[in-house]
Design a protein around this ligand. Structure first.
Ligand SMILES: *[C@@H]1O[C@H](CO)[C@@H](O)[C@H](O)[C@H]1NC(C)=O
Ligand SMILES: *[C@@H]1O[C@H](CO)[C@@H](O)[C@H](O)[C@H]1NC(C)=O
Ligand SMILES: *[C@@H]1O[C@H](CO)[C@@H](O)[C@H](O)[C@H]1NC(C)=O
Ligand SMILES: *[C@@H]1O[C@H](CO)[C@@H](O)[C@H](O)[C@H]1NC(C)=O
Ligand SMILES: *[C@@H]1O[C@H](CO)[C@@H](O)[C@H](O)[C@H]1NC(C)=O
Ligand SMILES: *[C@@H]1O[C@H](CO)[C@@H](O)[C@H](O)[C@H]1NC(C)=O
Ligand SMILES: *[C@@H]1O[C@H](CO)[C@@H](O)[C@H](O)[C@H]1NC(C)=O
Ligand SMILES: *[C@@H]1O[C@H](CO)[C@@H](O)[C@H](O)[C@H]1NC(C)=O
Length: 604
C-alpha cells in the first residue's frame, strides 16, 4: 500500500469522529482534526496543508512518528506496514511540505494525488520545441504483405524473492505468502509453489513464464519488458532489496530467455517505491538505479544505449539489429503523481530530467533516418496517475512524430487495456484517431491470471498485425504442480470480427481500428462486457454497469490524461495503481475503542 493510499483512507476514516481514541499526543490530535476539517479542495489547501506543514517543520522524525501513530490508531494497516511505509516515504513528503505554498499549483496537485480533494489544475501552457517542423510530405510506410515477425511483451512481473511456499496466503498486509514476524504458525491457506492472487509472483512463476516464452514464441525477434520488477512489500523495500530484485530478474531473463530484451523502468524499480527525484529541485538522486539498469541491460541494448540509461535518467533509444525499428524506452516515472519527490517546488517544471526532450531528440533521429520507432514505458500517458501537464506535452510529441511512431507499449495497471490518441480531442472519432498504446496485463497474479503477449509485427511498417495474449490459469487444478500457458485470445480474431469491415490481412491493428472497436463497445454491451472480463483474464470480473461502461470507454479514448473521465473521490484513492486490494474497515467496535474491525479484503 502506498503512502498516498494510506493518507486518502485516513481522510475517509476521520469523518467518523467517534472512532478516534482521545489521543494523548497533541500532534496526532492536530493532524486528525485537520483531516476532519478537510472536506474539499479549498479546505485541503487552507487547513490540511498548513497543519501538515507545521508538523513537517518539527522535523522528519516528528512527522513520521505522528503519521505512523495516526495510521496505527485508526488501524489502516498492520502496525509494521504503517511504520515502514511512513519511515520510508515520510521524509520526501515532509520535505515537499516544508517548501510548499499552500495556495499554489503544487499544493493543488498534492491535494489531488494524496487526498483526492482537488482536481488537477488546468494544464500549464508549454510548447514542446522540435528541431524541425513536420515534413510537408511525410514518409510512407507500406506493408508488402511480408511474413510478420514475433515480439514478446511482458510487464509488472513483481517477483517476490521472499515468497515462501507454505506460508500464509491470507494475511492483512498488502502482499502475503511471506514469513512475516506476525504470521500464524499454522495457516489454513498455505501459499502454493507457483503463486496466489493475494501475493506477488514467486521466482518459480517467473521461470515458468520464461520457459513458456521460449517454447510458445521460440522465434521471437526480441522481447519488451514495460517495468515493475520489484515486489510490492513497499513498506520494506530499500535500496538493498530493490537491487537484489532487479539483479536477480535480469539474471533470470539472461539465463532463460533465448531472445533479446528491451526493458523500461517502472515506479517500483527504485527505493523507496516511486522515488525518482528531479535533478533541478533535489539534491537526492537514484543514480544507483540508472547504473544498475545500465549494467544489467547492456547485453541486450548495446553500449551506447546503456550509456544513455546511465546519463539520461533511465531512458534510451536502441535500433533493433537487422531492422529499421528503434525502440525508445522512456522513464515515465517523472510524470507520475505518486512520485512524492515531484512536489518539492512551487514552480511547475515542464520536463523533469529532460525525458520529453530525450524523446524528441530520439524521434527526430529516427525520422531523419527514415526509420520507425516504438515507444516503450511503464505508465500509460492517459491514466489519472499521470500529471495532466506532462501527459499533454507527451501528446504534443506524439502528434508531431505520429508518422514515425509505429507502436506504443506500457504496463502499470496490471490489467488488459489500451488507449487511443486523437488529433482533435474535441472530436474523437475514427477520422481523428491517430495514436494507439497497448497496455500489458501483469505477470504478478494480484489482479488476474499471469500473462504475457506475443505480437505479430509487419516487417515493413513495424505495425502490429495481431496480439496473442497467453495466460496460465491459476484456477486450473494442475496449476500448482505444472502451470500450463495457453492462448487466451487473439486481438485480431476477437475484436476484428466485431467490425462491419474487419481489417484485411495487410492492414494493421492501428488507432483507426481500435477507435472503431470502442464504437462497437458503445453499442454492443455483450462485446463490452467480454472486453471488461478480459481485462483481468476472466478472473474475479465484478460488474460494470452503464455508467462504468461509459467511463471505461471514455478512458480508452484518452491517451491524454486531461481527457479521461475518472472522477476524484475524497478520501478514497480512485487511482488504484496496481489494482491492489484495499483493506476496508467499516464501523467502530466501540466508542472508546480505537480499532476498526477488519473487514474482508476488497478487490477492484
Ligand atoms: C505556444 O505556441 C502558440 C502558437 O505558436 C502560441 O500562441 C503560444 O503563446 C505558445 N505558448 C507558450 C506557453 O509559449
Ligand atoms: C528476505 O530474504 C532475505 C534473504 O534471505 C532476508 O535477509 C530478509 O530478512 C527477508 N525479508 C523478509 C521481510 O522476510
Ligand atoms: C499446527 O498444526 C499441527 C498439526 O495440525 C499441530 O500439531 C501443531 O500443534 C499446530 N501448531 C500450532 C502452533 O498451533
Ligand atoms: C482468510 O482469513 C479470514 C479471516 O481470518 C477467514 O475468515 C477466512 O476463512 C480465511 N480464508 C481462507 C481461504 O483461509
Ligand atoms: C538532469 O538529467 C538529465 C537527464 O535525464 C540531463 O539531461 C540534464 O542535463 C540534468 N540536469 C542537471 C541540472 O543536472
Ligand atoms: C531499411 O530502410 C532502408 C531504406 O529505406 C532499406 O533500404 C532497407 O532495406 C531497410 N532495412 C530493413 C531491414 O528493412
Ligand atoms: C489505419 O489503417 C487503415 C487501413 O490501412 C488506414 O486507412 C488508416 O488511415 C490507418 N490509420 C492511421 C491512424 O494510421
Ligand atoms: C480457468 O480455469 C477454470 C477452472 O478450470 C475455468 O472455470 C475457467 O474458465 C478458466 N479460465 C480461463 C480464462 O480459461
Amino acid at each position: 500500500m502506498r503512502v498516498s493510499a494510506i493518507l486518502s483512507q485516513l481522510l475517509a476514516l476521520t469523518t467518523a469522529p467517534l472512532c478516534v481514541r482521545a489521543a494523548t499526543d497533541n500532534l496526532v490530535q492536530e493532524i486528525i482534526s485537520a483531516l476532519k476539517q478537510a472536506v474539499d479542495c479549498a479546505s485541503c489547501q487552507g487547513i490540511l496543508i498548513p497543519a501538515a506543514k507545521a508538523l513537517a517543520d518539527f522535523g522528519d522524525t516528528a512527522f513520521i512518528d505522528t503519521f505512523t501513530t495516526v495510521c496505527q490508531v485508526l488501524g489502516l494497516e498492520d502496525d509494521d506496514v504503517c511504520a515502514g511505509q511512513f519511515a520510508l516515504s515520510g521524509p520526501s513528503v515532509a520535505n515537499a511540505l516544508r517548501v510548499m505554498d499552500p495556495l499554489g499549483a503544487t499544493a493543488t496537485k498534492f491535494c489531488f494525488a494524496l487526498f483526492g480533494l482537488c482536481n488537477q489544475p488546468s494544464v500549464t501552457p508549454f510548447n514542446v520545441s522540435f528541431p524541425t517542423p513536420t515534413p510537408p510530405t511525410p514518409a510512407v510506410f507500406q506493408s508488402t504483405g511480408g511474413t510478420p515477425f514475433q515480439v514478446v511483451h511482458f510487464s509488472d512481473v513483481h517477483i517476490d524473492r521472499n515468497y515462501t511456499v507454505g506460508s500464509n496466503a491470507n494475511c492483512t498486509k498488502p502482499i502475503c505468502c511471506r514469513d512475516f514476524a506476525d504470521s500464524p504458525a499454522n495457516t489454513t491457506d498455505p501459499a502454493g509453489p507457483f503463486g496466489n492472487h493475494q501475493c506477488d509472483a514467486p521466482p518459480d512463476l517467473g521461470s515458468s513464464m520464461i520457459q513458456a516464452i521460449d517454447s510458445l514464441a521460440a522465434d521471437a525477434r526480441f522481447a519488451i519488458l514495460t517495468g515493475d520488477v520489484v515486489a510490492h512489500d513497499t513498506w520494506l523495500v530499500n535500496e538493498g532489496e530493490a537491487t537484489i530484485d532487479l539483479q536477480d530478474w535480469t539474471a533470470d531473463m539472461a539465463a532463460g530467455l533465448k531472445t533479446t530484451v528491451y526493458p523500461a523502468l517502472g515506479n517500483h524499480d527504485t527505493a523507496p517505491v516511486n522515488s525518482f527525484p528531479r535533478n533541478v529541485t533535489s539534491t537526492e538522486n537514484v543514480q544507483w538505479v540508472f547504473d544498475l539498469s545500465s549494467d544489467g541491460w547492456e547485453r541486450w541494448i548495446g553500449n551506447s544505449a546503456a550509456d544513455q540509461v546511465r546519463h539520461d535518467s533511465g531512458s534510451y533509444a536502441a535500433q533493433v539489429p537487422g531492422t529499421n525499428l528503434t525502440v525508445i524506452s522512456l522513464n515515465t516515472n517523472f510524470w507520475y503523481i505518486d512520485n512524492l519527490m515531484l512536489y518539492d517546488s512551487n514552480e511547475q517544471i515542464a520536463d523533469p530530467n529532460n525525458i520529453l526532450a530525450f524523446m524528441v531528440q530520439s524521434l527526430q533521429a529516427v525520422e531523419s533516418a527514415g526509420g520507425r520507432a516504438w515507444i516503450i514505458g511503464h505508465i500509460p500517458p492517459g491514466l489519472s496517475d499521470v500529471f495532466h501537464d506532462q501527459s499533454n506535452y507527451y501528446d504534443q510529441v506524439l502528434q508531431r512524430y505520429k508518422n514515425t511512431i509505429a507502436g506504443q507499449f506500457f504496463g502499470h495497471t496490471h490489467v488488459d487495456q489500451f488507449q487511443v490518441a486523437y488529433s482533435d480531442y474535441a472530436n474523437r472519432n475514427a477520422q481523428t484517431a491517430d495514436g494507439f498504446a497497448w497496455i500489458m496485463p501483469s505477470l504478478t497474479p494480484t489482479s488476474g491470471h499471469p500473462s504475457f503477449r506475443v505480437y505479430d509485427v509487419d516487417p515493413d511498417t513495424y505495425e502490429i498485425m495481431d496480439a496473442h495474449t497467453f495466460i496460465a490459469n491459476m484456477s486450473d487444478p494442475n496449476f500448482q504442480t505444472n502451470p500450463t500457458w495457453e492462448l487466451f485470445y487473439s486481438a485480431r480474431e476477437t475484436y476484428g470480427s466485431l467490425l462491419a469491415t474487419p481489417p484485411s490481412a495487410t492492414e494493421s491493428l492501428n488507432a483507426t481500428f481500435w477507435h472503431q472497436v470502442t464504437d462497437v463497445f458503445e453499442l454492443d454491451t455483450n462485446a463490452f462486457q467480454a472486453y471488461f472480463a478480459r481485462r483481468t483474464r476472466d478472473f474475479d470480473v465484478g460488474s460494470c454497469d452503464a455508467s462504468c461502461q461509459t467511463t471505461t470507454i471514455c478512458d480508452l479514448r484518452a491517451m491524454r490524461s486531461q481527457n479521461n473521465c475518472d472522477v476524484v473521490t475524497p478520501g478514497f484513492n480512485f487511482k488504484r495503481e496496481e489494482h491492489q486490494e484495499l483493506v476496508v474497515r467499516h464501523e467502530c467496535e466501540s466508542v472508546t475503542g480505537s480499532i476498526f474491525r477488519r473487514m474482508a479484503r476488497m478487490r477492484q
